[in-house]
Unconditional design. Sequence first.
Length: 194
Amino acid sequence: MKDVFSVCVYCGSSSRVSDTYKDAAHQLGTLLGQNGHQLVYGGGRVGLMGIVADATLAAGGSVVGIIPEHIQVLEVEHTGLTELLVVDSMHTRKRMMVDRSDAFVVLPGGLGTLDETFEILTWKQLRLHDKPIVVANVDGYWTALEELLDHMIAQGFAQPAHRKLFTVVDRIEDVLPALSAEPEPVISPDTKWL
């Protein structure tokens, strides 16, 4: 795996969440900035998105935000970023986030975060990328996601090897080491069904 420089973070835009999640976003942003990583994210100034961006900037890191026009017009874009790209659609945003990133981290979030997470996992399953993905299971937030994947495996809709598409950590301080250590998953083309 190549060196991780640019880290895409998927996370929620809600501010009506536990301080535990807000603290985790701040801690992750601080670690990214202090360790010379560039943050790539959805470009918002609200919720965990705004917190991780602000913390990265405050720690000396650079931040690239990618936001669709229809969200930008609601005046939720972060105007203090290193770079803000306004794009035509959610599809363009998600593609650019993948293209601009060396790795992915999933913090707690809602439907949008799930959409981004499942898409990046599916693309890795289909070998469209081989970038590391780390899920930060802050306070057990993503335990249900792990259980869902186990259920899909048990029912025959996924393979046990799909658990190797991502790494789960319980502590934010374990995110960067996990990004560096994650091995490439082994999913044999002859056993992969479409």
